[in-house]
Design a protein around this ligand. Structure first.
Ligand SMILES: [Fe+2]
Length: 352
């Protein structure tokens, strides 16, 4: 007998303990019947929505608390639950948009549970205003985006210093960066690695600032001793970049971008897998860009000849996968001279 009484008490939403529980909850609670009519709201819900309970009791949730754009979905959900018993969104925490008394909308976290006292179906909605949390998330994203933009602008500025010292190859690093990142995308690398390749390639020749300008600006074919001197730029670039704590292997890209698969490259003569993939991709983009660009001592090679060159050297100087990805890229319409160099939304331009 006592057990039956206890059990009835537990199911009775009009019981005193139930009211005390709802009234003291920190989360907004809205109790509705099977027509979506509001039976009660707790003080926390009054505060969230800006209504006093008597202003909403007897009205439907739809007309008072749900913005017009969400009403249809709510009514369909309620209808489908009542006819089929299908518990879509019942008992799960979802993010939605709710509406205050002043008709302003706000992001909310919502969980609806259904209980069936002996009389009829009752729904209890737990609701939390997450405007501040959303705003903080938005601010964090904006802050991270600004930092990233500043980083890119700084790297572009550093990249331009090399252009000033080596005017014959002005724009080379930016074209290589775009091409290398596009090859990386063709190879399905992660966004994070693509970003590292782009930024690393933008300053891969930074070590050239240590090469005497008379060597960089001398017209005509370079002498062997000049070439030896020029080769120090990989190591110098590494020395300059290593102290910077980049989340990508930027210094290693500068160091290894003249290494070849067969060990014939410089400065370390690395072979095969010992060459970092990022640097190897930059080296392929580097040679294709260099061959297709005009130099004071030779005219530009046609793109086709540059692609034949890397194809001929696949598995010898360059990894076959990278070579094939590069050739495929050009086949599908990539154009090395059509890159907007000063666009900061490079990621968007790559995916476009
Ligand atoms: Fe280089």
């Amino acid at each position: 007998m006592e057990q039956a009484r206890q059990s009835k008490l537990k199911r009775d939403i009009s019981s005193e303990w139930f009211h005390a529980l709802v009234a003291s909850a920190l989360e907004g609670i809205v109790i509705m019947d099977d027509k979506g009519r509001i039976l009660d709201v707790n003080p926390a819900a009054e505060k969230i929505f800006g209504y006093r309970s008597e202003q909403v009791i007897g009205y439907t949730v739809s007309e008072k608390l749900i913005p017009p754009s969400k009403r249809k979905a709510h009514e369909n959900g309620l209808g489908s639950f009542l006819t089929t018993g299908e518990k879509k969104n019942i008992g799960c925490r979802v993010e939605t948009i709710a509406m205050r008394a002043d008709l302003s909308e706000f992001p909310a976290e919502l969980e609806v549970i259904s209980i069936s006292p002996e009389t009829s179906q009752v729904f209890i909605a737990y609701i939390r205003d997450i405007s501040e949390q959303k705003q903080a998330e938005q601010d964090r994203l904006q802050y991270a985006m600004n930092i990233k933009k500043t980083l890119l602008q700084t790297i572009l500025a550093v990249s331009r210093t090399v252009d000033i010292r080596d005017p014959y190859t002005a724009g080379h690093q930016r074209r290589v960066a775009h091409l290398a990142a596009s090859i990386a995308r063709e190879l399905d690398l992660s966004e994070e690695r693509i970003e590292g390749i782009f930024l690393g390639a933008l300053i891969h020749d930074i070590g050239k600032i240590a090469v005497p300008s008379e060597i960089l600006t001398r017209p005509g074919q370079l002498q062997p001793e000049d070439i030896d001197y020029l080769k120090i730029h990989s190591q110098k670039g590494y020395d300059i970049l290593k102290p910077v704590n980049f989340p990508w292997p930027v210094a290693e890209i500068a160091l290894q971008h003249h290494e070849h698969l067969d060990g014939s490259g410089y400065p370390q003569g690395l072979r095969g897998e010992d060459i970092l993939l990022e640097a190897h991709i930059v080296s392929v983009a580097d040679i294709v860009e260099s061959l297709t660009a005009h130099r004071p001592y030779r005219p530009a090679y046609p793109l086709n000849e540059a692609l034949v060159f890397i194809k001929k050297n696949a598995d010898k100087l360059y990894g076959r996968d990278i070579v094939e990805a590069c050739i495929q890229l050009f086949k599908s319409g990539y154009h090395i001279n059509a890159i907007d160099m000063d666009e900061l939304n490079w990621l968007a331009s790559l995916s476009g």
